[in-house]
Structure formats: structure tokens, C-alpha cells
Design a protein around this ligand. Structure first.
Ligand code: SF4
Length: 401
């Protein structure tokens, strides 16, 4: 056991990895400072952003820390509500990038935004209206907005005045085109796909299923995951399994009923039994490590989060701990994010819980996709997808040409 309480197995540089884990937690809770000169050195041109900042938990910059520890570190530009004067600074020295905090310094890799961040599809609409890549995964959003409102999520609030909360379908041709652009991006080529975004209205369930089918069948060899609410008629576990969908994310979000009713009114109408029945069916169909469920950490008491972790693990589902990051667009903008101590306690106790269940780990099982979750690789072979950095991927692609 390391002095700070982190336990790792199978990793050689134990002290460095523990320090990187500690840094990740600090960056998530306190944020990162990047001065304008460093920012200019990190990006290709003055118009290239540091981050695509599309969603509450992906509003920051993505860094790879030592020991394959990935983090999405919030910055003042997108989280002025809690990133004020962070002690961690990103600097570049002799061509290398470091996070420094007082006397501590760790070399890191800055992960750029994909080159399609300012590109358009054939019909003139921006690629990023559909596809957003962070680390090694592209997220495709088939519908505009969401029929549901969760107070911690920016999707229902990210709209112009007078616009409806739910804006309906996007063109399937555009979705497939955007997926192709993201998978072949020369700067940040996506290695796998997550179809996610808002919850469609009932009349669009058939459309959403057509999107699943087309994206999977027209991208053979690419792992496609789906993150969605388990509404009957929207997700058919057996059909998705047969189709070749790689995995499912069925997010419980919160365990505490009272807080759930307050913060995700319409979503909580679906009973917990419905979620658990679906998760049980899914773990049977997809097998270990292919079904995960996200729990927000920092909105409810620790004991409630841990009850959620236990209930998911009992059903063979990987719990994903998602640190609550207050988004300035949402009603929870003024709520403080969880402290480092809160996150560390939840992580350590969750690790103890999942260790009691065969085939269950804290998710996600893709190491780069851990960037916005409270998860660290443990040196085992239980992970899939890319373990390479964008730099490695580009080198490999060029070698193959
Ligand atoms: S259902 Fe999902 S996309 Fe819709 S508001 Fe809730 S968290 Fe956001």
C-alpha cells in the first residue's frame, strides 16, 4: 500500500503512479491553469481550441499523466464557477509538457482536439454537431437536445431562447459521415464509438435503433458502445447483442431517491427495478466488462453512492464513478464539486466492493476513456481499446501507408 493510500498491482514505478493518481484527483477538483503563451504553444493555430468542451464532465483539457493515468482537467474558460486560481499550472520546458504545483512536477502529454473541430459535413453543417472525440473515443449524438431534464447535465439547457428542449432527429447520412470523419481524423483518430446524447421521444425510438444498426453494420471492425436509458422499445438487449454492439452503458446516476427526485425528475420516473432488470439481462447477454453504469459522485452522501456501487456489482455490472462537475449552464452551477478526500474515499471503498464480485471492475474498461471518471488502470489485461496515445496512433497509421 502506498503512503497516500493508493494501491496498485503489476506496475513497476509505484511511487510515480500513485503521485499521478493523486494529481488526477486534485486536477478534477481544483482545475488547471494554462497561461496564454503555453496555450498558443499547445495548439496548431490561434483558432484551435484546447478542448471541445461539449459536456459537463468533458469541459476541460485532456492529459495523459504517468502510469497511463488520464484526466480531463477543468479550466477557468469553461468552469469559471469553481476554477478560480488553481495551484496546478501547465508549462512547457525544453519541448516537454509538465504539470507543476509548488515544488512538484510531473511530465504529461497534452491530448489535442481532433482536426475536424472546425470542419463541416457535405451539407455544410459542423461535424461537431454530431461527433465529438475525447481521448480515443468519438461520441455520436443522434438527436438534438433531450426529452428528459437532469439538473447536472448541460444537454437540456444548451439551447437558444425559445428553442424546445428536444429538437428531434439528425440525418442518418450525416451521422455516418461524421463517424467516418472522426475515425479517420489525422490528429486524433477515434478508435471506437459511443452512441449517446439525449433521450429521444417515443416517436423517434425506431429512428434511434436504425442509427444503432447503421453505425454498427457500416463500420465493421470498430467497437460501438451505446449509452442510453433502458426504455422498453428503445433498447432491445438481445437484438443489440446479435447486431454486434460492443457494450452498453445504462446509467443509474444517483442512488438516493429523494435527491434523484429533486435533480432528475423525469428520469427517476423509470423505476429502479426497470434498470436492474435491464442490467441483469444485459450482463447475461454481453458478458463481463461489457455493461457499465455511471454513478455521479458528490451530489449524494458517500454511503448512497456506495450502495449504488454494490447493487451494480451484484448484478455483474461495472460501476463507473463520475465526479460531479458543476456546469455553468445548469441549475447546479453553484454547487461545489466534491473534495479530493470525498473522491478518494469513494474510490477506495468502491474498489473494495467490486473486488468481492468476479468479473466486475470499476469502469470504463478503456484506459483513455477514464479521463473523466474516477478510475485508474491496475496493470492487468482486463482493458480493451487503445492503450496508445494519439501520437503513437498517428505514427502507426503513417507506418502502414
Ligand atoms: S437523460 Fe442523459 S442526456 Fe438527458 S438530461 Fe439526463 S443525463 Fe442529460
Amino acid at each position: 500500500m502506498a503512503q497516500n493510500g493508493f494501491e496498485q498491482t503489476g506496475l513497476t514505478n509505484f511511487a510515480d503512479v500513485a503521485a499521478a493518481q493523486q494529481l488526477k484527483v486534485e486536477l478534477i477538483t481544483e482545475g488547471l491553469f494554462i497561461d496564454p503563451e503555453t496555450q498558443r504553444a499547445l495548439v496548431e493555430s490561434d483558432d484551435t481550441p484546447l478542448t471541445m468542451a461539449d459536456y459537463a464532465s468533458t469541459s476541460g483539457v485532456t492529459l495523459k499523466l504517468p502510469g497511463d493515468v488520464w484526466v480531463n482537467a477543468p479550466i477557468n474558460e469553461f468552469n469559471p464557477n469553481f476554477v478560480e486560481a488553481p495551484l496546478s499550472h501547465l508549462i512547457i520546458e525544453d519541448g516537454k509538457t509538465y504539470v507543476v504545483n509548488g515544488g512538484d512536477s510531473q511530465e504529461v502529454e497534452f491530448i489535442p482536439v481532433p482536426s475536424y473541430n472546425d470542419k463541416k459535413l457535405e451539407d455544410g453543417s459542423p461535424v461537431k454537431w454530431i461527433a465529438i472525440t475525447h481521448s480515443d473515443r468519438v461520441r455520436l449524438s443522434p438527436v438534438k437536445g433531450c426529452t428528459v431534464q437532469c439538473d447536472f447535465c448541460d444537454i437540456p439547457f444548451d439551447r437558444r431562447e425559445g428553442e424546445p428542449r428536444y429538437g428531434g432527429r439528425k440525418l442518418i447520412g450525416n451521422i455516418l459521415e461524421a463517424a467516418g470523419v472522426a475515425l479517420s481524423d489525422p490528429v486524433l483518430p477515434a478508435q471506437h464509438v459511443l452512441i449517446s446524447g439525449g433521450t429521444p421521444s417515443k416517436r423517434d425510438y425506431g429512428y434511434e435503433n436504425e442509427v444503432y444498426e447503421r453505425v454498427v453494420t457500416e463500420n465493421p471492425g470498430v467497437d460501438v458502445d451505446i449509452m442510453m436509458v433502458p426504455m422498453p422499445g428503445l433498447l432491445d438487449v438481445k437484438h443489440l447483442g446479435k447486431l454486434g454492439v460492443h457494450g452498453l452503458s445504462i446509467n443509474l446516476e444517483l442512488w438516493n431517491k429523494e435527491i434523484a427526485v429533486r435533480t432528475m425528475r423525469s428520469k427517476v420516473k423509470s423505476s429502479r427495478e426497470l434498470y436492474f432488470d435491464f442490467i441483469e439481462e444485459a450482463t447475461e447477454e454481453f458478458g463481463p466488462g461489457r455493461v457499465r453504469s455511471l454513478l455521479m459522485v458528490g451530489i449524494e452522501p458517500i454511503e448512497d453512492t456506495l450502495r449504488g456501487v454494490e447493487a451494480l456489482a451484484q448484478r455483474g455490472c461495472d460501476p463507473v464513478l463520475s465526479p460531479f462537475r458543476p456546469d455553468p449552464m445548469t441549475p447546479l452551477r453553484d454547487m461545489a464539486p466534491p473534495t479530493s478526500a470525498h473522491l478518494l474515499e469513494v474510490w477506495q471503498r468502491s474498489q473494495e466492493i467490486v473486488a468481492r464480485y468476479d468479473g466486475v471492475k470499476l469502469g470504463p474498461r478503456c484506459i483513455p476513456c477514464m479521463h473523466n471518471t474516477l478510475t485508474f488502470p491496475d496493470g492487468t489485461e482486463d482493458y480493451y481499446h487503445s492503450k496508445q496515445t494519439p501520437r503513437d496512433l498517428i505514427t502507426t497509421q503513417h507506418d502502414q501507408i
